[in-house]
Design a protein around this ligand. Structure first.
Ligand SMILES: [Zn+2]
Length: 243
């Protein structure tokens, strides 16, 4: 054990300080969670937006394809009409047969095209249903995000008020800290936060589990300020221990 000057400090004060520092850590953690929740929500909205745009694009392409095929069909049908007129005034059997074959081939091609148009229209119906779902999902995500932002705002305000209250309590308690301890206290709190203090549990440091000698424990019972020889935390006896 180092030959520290004996500083007396009340166990109650150390317990209170540790409780307050733990509360501050917890509150700061909860406050930090808010922006992360909002950011995660933004990602959900963005994804729903991208999904919706993908379906919109697919629907637009399917419509263009269908329009194109319908135009093609009309133009081929007009072509068949022309061939039909030529057929009626064919000058030779050879020309007649050629035209007849041509008309049959065009009609076959148009039949295939008609099937393709039907398929394109079915695809359009499918994309319209998908788009409806995607728009609903996007709106749902947007609404949920608005709700989330509002909830986080309310919660953050509550947490910040609570933090202010705890900070005021800390300020009050710190006034009781012996002045000889103050510099070290400030230094270690800055470095370790709530882990600057640790209860003794089963004759060990509750922060790092270093086993403590009887000498340490005896001094603790006498309300002498003791640092953990391993993690340097200010040690105190928890409420369950008889002081
Ligand atoms: Zn320790």
């Amino acid at each position: 054990m180092r030959n520290d000057p004996k500083i007396e400090i009340s166990t109650r004060l150390l317990r209170t300080l540790h409780r307050i520092h733990r509360q501050r850590t917890d509150l700061n953690g909860q406050i930090a969670r808010g922006p992360r929740q909002i950011k995660a929500g933004e990602a959900l909205v963005a994804k729903a937006g991208t999904d919706m745009q993908t379906v919109k694009d697919s629907l637009k392409n399917a419509n263009l394809l269908s329009d194109e095929k319908q135009l093609q069909l009309k133009s081929r049908e007009a072509q068949i009409d022309q061939l039909q007129t030529k057929l009626n005034s064919a000058a030779s059997n050879r020309e007649f047969d050629l035209l007849k074959d041509q008309i049959a081939a065009d009609k076959q091609a148009n039949s295939v095209l008609s099937d393709e148009i039907l398929e394109a229209m079915e695809a359009i119906d499918g994309f319209e249903i998908q788009l409806n779902d995607a728009v609903n999902e996007f709106e749902k995500q947007e609404n949920e995000q608005q709700t989330r932002i509002a909830e986080v705002e309310v919660k953050t305000t509550d947490l910040q008020n609570e933090l202010e209250r705890v900070n005021a309590e800390l300020e009050q308690s710190e006034k009781e800290i012996p002045s000889e301890m103050m510099v070290e206290y400030r230094r270690i709190i800055k470095a370790k936060g709530e882990h600057a203090l640790a209860p003794v549990e089963d004759e060990s440091c509750g922060g790092c589990y270093q086993v403590l000698t009887t000498q340490y424990l005896d001094r603790l019972r006498l309300s002498v300020l003791i640092r953990c020889p391993n993690c340097n935390a200010f040690l105190y006896l928890p409420e369950t221990t008889q002081v």
